[in-house]
Every structure is written in structure tokens, then in C-alpha cells.
Design a protein around this ligand. Structure first.
Ligand code: ADP
Length: 442
């Protein structure tokens, strides 16, 4: 089927040729007549093409109406003009959407930064400029890590996939704490959300300070009470006619005082973990002696319950971190395995390395944990069975401490368990923490 344009084009050619044919017939010169008609058509088409080119060049700078023309060329000009108008209308629409987006993000109190896949700055809003000290247009195209000089931020920029937002001090205002979250999109471009969390941080510090101060203040009176309880116990031992009820009361008081002491120590440790920057963690800790010490202590804790403890760890295994913190985290896991397993239960402690990093597994065949509790297990004072935890002398802070230590070592804990069959806790550490040279003996 031919379109109206095609048929009009054919009609025009045919009529020009017919006119040439007719003029040639009149003067008895048919072929020259046809030749002149064809030449005329070619010249006319060339002239229209020339006008089209001039118009297109001029219209590239500003919108111009097309040159006047009739017939097929008139339609070509009008068609191009219609496309040009449509294009410029959608361009205007897009420009106004972008302008509104930029206006709304500029009005945000949170900073927004966009970088290319290499981490070079492409765009940022007013708040990001203020919080990170970015200057428009000087910093455009600069690598963001050159302007925000913080090792943790640089590591986060290199590998932010699936990671929690980080907190850093603002490079321009030392008193301001920033939270930065990175989202990767498109071909590896990055969108950074920068929030000023100074007030929240201040409240957090007040809370931590309060807990630390209260714990500290309780420590001295408790030491005195424990001291007197010991003296009273010695005194009672020398008086065989002491009523049994006093002996029982004294025993319970000593037990509770010891529990309070452990609680205070754990609270102080948690406050210390929260208050100090993890950047200073840089010792290379030998794991075999650390884990052997913990396993020996666990044997003592098990005592008559005769748990079977098994340790697997290469002699030269090491981990970059803080020995004291790692000892706390690992010992909490191992002691829990003892406390939540029946007499004679098996506890396996195993360290191994693979292409993902280093892993420490503590596995027992004890009471296990119902899966509904697992997501909340590392919260402070979260206990599956309060009475059991009290009976085993738990403070409810062991796993919170372990999780905190792991976070400070860029690690994480995974927990799997079957009620009645046992539990498995695995601490995962990144590769960057297991290939270090200087070794500190523990
Ligand atoms: P607690 O001092 O009460 O043991 P934790 O923070 O160490 O506190 O542990 C939190 C809770 O997780 C415990 O109360 C216990 O219910 C559960 N839990 C921890 N480890 C184990 C384990 N190996 N087997 C079974 N339950 C465990």
C-alpha cells in the first residue's frame, strides 16, 4: 500500500516529466524536453536541500520557524519542525523536573553527594557542601577520598556493599559527628547520604557516660560488701553452732554480690568498647595461645560437669585486633557453650581461614535456641530463659559484648541452632585482618 506522501511524490514527478514531454512534443524535441524537466527538478530539489541545511544549522542555536515551501518539501520542513518542537517541549519538561529535584535536594538538611564509579565528585547539595567542606566548582571531578581524609571512610568507599552506614567526624567541624550511607547504582556510580548526628551522638555519649559512672560508683561499695561477706564467712566457719539459715543467707549474698560484680565488669567493658575509636586496633594477635587459654578456663568452669572441649587451630594463625577485646568475645561464646550444655556435653572450638577471611566457630550440643529468639540474641539483657541464665550466673551482656567486639574488628557473628540439639556461633573476620606481619604474644 502506498502512503499519501508517496503518491503525491509520484504525481509530482510524473507531472513534471509530462510537462517536459509535452514541451518537447510541441517543439518536436522530446528527449531534450525530458532532460530539461529532469534537470529543473534536480536543481529545485538541490535548492530546497540547501535551504534545509541553512535552517537546521540556524535552528541548532535557537528555535526558528521553517522556510516557506510548498508541496513535498513544505511537508518535509513542517515534519522536521514538528519533531523539533516536540523535542524542545520534552527538553523543557525534563529541565524543569531536574530543576525541581535540585531545588528540593538543596533544601534538605541531609547532605547528598553523587560520584562516578571512580569515586570522583559529580554533584552535591548545599548541606553536603557544608558538612564535608566541598567547594563548588573547584572540587567538581576531584576524588572524594582526597577531600574527606579518613581511613575508615576510604575503606567504606572501596567496599560499601551490604555494609552498615559509618560514623565519622566532619572534616570541617571537629565537633560534628556524621553518619554516611552509600548506595551503589547504575554502572557503579555512588550516592552518599550524609547526616549530621551530633545531637544523637551527644545523647549516646551521655548515656554511655552515665552507665560507666554508675558502674564505677557501684564498684567500691560492692568490693567492701564482698570483703565483709568473706570475713563473716570465715567467722561463721569458726563457730560450728551458727544456725544453717544464716549460712544459707550468707552463701546467697556472696553469690549475688559476685553476680553484681560480673555485671559491673561487663557494663564497664561495654562502655569502654563504645567510647573508644576502633581505628587504634592494630596488634597482630596469635590465636592458638589465646584460644588455648580460654579453653583451659572453660574446663575449670565446667569442673565436675566434665564437658568435652576440643580445640582446632593452626599454630601460626593470627588476627589483627585487640587481644583483650578478642579474649572477651571468644570467652563469652565458649563459656556460654559450657553453661548451656548438660554435663559431659561436647564443645568444639575451631579456627579456619578461606578466601572469605578468618572464622572462629564455637559449637555445642546443648539446650539449643528456638529460632525466633536468634535475631534478638545479641541485644543487651536479652535472655531466652531468664531463670536458666540466672542459675548459670549469666549477666545477659555476653553476646552484646561479643557482637560489639566483632563490629570493631569489621566482623560479624552468625548463629544457628536447633532446640534440644545444640548451637553454633561463628565469628567471621575479613581477609584484611588475617594477613599481618607483626605478632604480639598473649
Ligand atoms: P547470658 O549472660 O544470659 O548468657 P548472653 O548475652 O551471653 O547472656 O546470652 C544471651 C542469651 O542467649 C542467653 O540468656 C541464652 O538464653 C542464649 N544463649 C547464649 N549462648 C547459648 C548457647 N550456647 N546455647 C544456648 N543458648 C545460648
Amino acid at each position: 500500500m502506498t502512503s499519501p506522501i508517496q503518491s503525491r511524490f509520484t504525481r509530482r514527478i510524473v507531472s513534471i516529466l509530462a510537462m517536459g514531454l509535452f514541451a518537447g512534443w510541441l517543439f518536436d524535441q522530446i528527449f531534450p524536453g525530458l532532460f530539461i524537466a529532469t534537470l529543473f527538478y534536480l536543481l529545485w530539489s538541490h535548492y530546497q536541500l540547501h535551504r534545509l541545511l541553512i535552517w537546521i544549522n540556524a535552528a541548532a542555536h535557537k528555535e526558528l520557524p521553517p522556510p516557506e515551501s510548498s508541496g513535498l518539501w513544505g511537508e518535509i520542513f513542517d515534519g522536521i519542525y514538528r519533531i523539533q518542537r516536540k523535542h524542545s517541549r520534552s527538553k523543557q519538561r525534563l529541565a524543569s523536573v531536574i530543576e525541581r529535584m535540585q531545588e528540593s535536594t538543596a533544601a534538605l538538611n541531609d547532605g547528598i553527594v553523587m560520584t562516578d564509579p571512580n569515586g570522583s565528585l559529580e554533584w552535591w547539595n548545599r548541606a553536603a557542601g557544608e558538612l564535608l567542606g566541598l567547594q563548588m566548582p573547584d572540587d567538581q571531578g576531584q576524588p572524594l577520598t582526597n577531600l574527606v581524609r579518613n581511613p575508615r571512610f576510604a575503606r567504606y568507599m572501596d567496599n560499601s556493599h551490604g555494609k552498615e552506614p559509618i560514623k565519622i567526624v566532619s572534616p570541617v567541624h571537629e565537633s560534628r559527628q556524621l553518619q554516611i550511607a552509600i548506595t551503589v547504582y547504575g554502572q557503579g556510580d555512588r550516592l552518599l547520604l550524609v547526616r549530621d548526628i551530633s545531637r544523637l551522638h551527644q545523647l549516646e555519649i551521655m548515656r554511655t557516660d552515665f552507665v560507666a559512672n554508675v558502674s564505677h560508683e557501684l564498684r567500691t561499695p560492692l568490693t567492701v560488701i564482698s570483703g565483709y561477706l568473706e570475713t563473716m564467712e570465715d567467722g561463721m566457719a569458726m563457730q560450728p553452732d551458727t544456725p544453717p539459715i544464716f549460712k544459707r543467707a550468707l552463701g546467697q549474698m556472696q553469690e549475688q554480690a559476685a553476680r553484681m560484680q560480673r555485671l559491673i565488669e561487663d557494663l564497664l567493658l561495654l562502655s569502654r568498647l563504645e567510647a573508644t575509636e576502633p581505628d587504634r586496633i592494630s596488634q597482630s594477635v596469635k590465636l592458638k595461645p589465646l584460644l588455648s587459654g580460654i579453653v583451659n578456663d572453660a574446663r575449670a568452669l565446667s569442673g565436675e560437669n566434665q564437658h568435652q572441649l576440643q580445640l582446632e587451630c593452626e599454630d601460626d594463625a593470627s588476627l589483627t585486633g585487640d587481644a583483650m577485646e578478642l579474649r572477651s568475645a571468644f570467652s563469652n561464646l565458649v563459656y556460654n557453650a559450657i553453661r548451656y550444655s548438660p554435663c559431659g556435653g561436647k564443645v568444639q572450638v575451631k579456627w579456619w581461614q578461606d578466601q572469605d577471611g578468618g572464622h572462629l566457630m564455637v559449637q555445642d550440643n546443648g539446650v539449643g535456641i528456638d529460632p525466633v529468639h536468634i535475631p534478638r540474641l545479641t541485644e543487651r539483657f536479652y535472655r531466652v530463659d531468664k531463670s536458666r541464665s540466672h542459675a548459670t550466673g549469666g549477666t545477659g551482656l555476653g553476646l552484646a559484648i561479643a557482637k560489639h567486639v566483632l563490629l570493631r574488628h569489621e566482623g560479624r557473628i552468625t548463629i544457628s541452632s536447633h532446640p534440644g540439639k545444640g548451637s553454633r556461633f561463628i565469628c567471621h573476620f575479613p581477609l584484611s585482618r588475617i594477613n599481618q606481619a607483626s605478632v604480639v604474644e598473649v
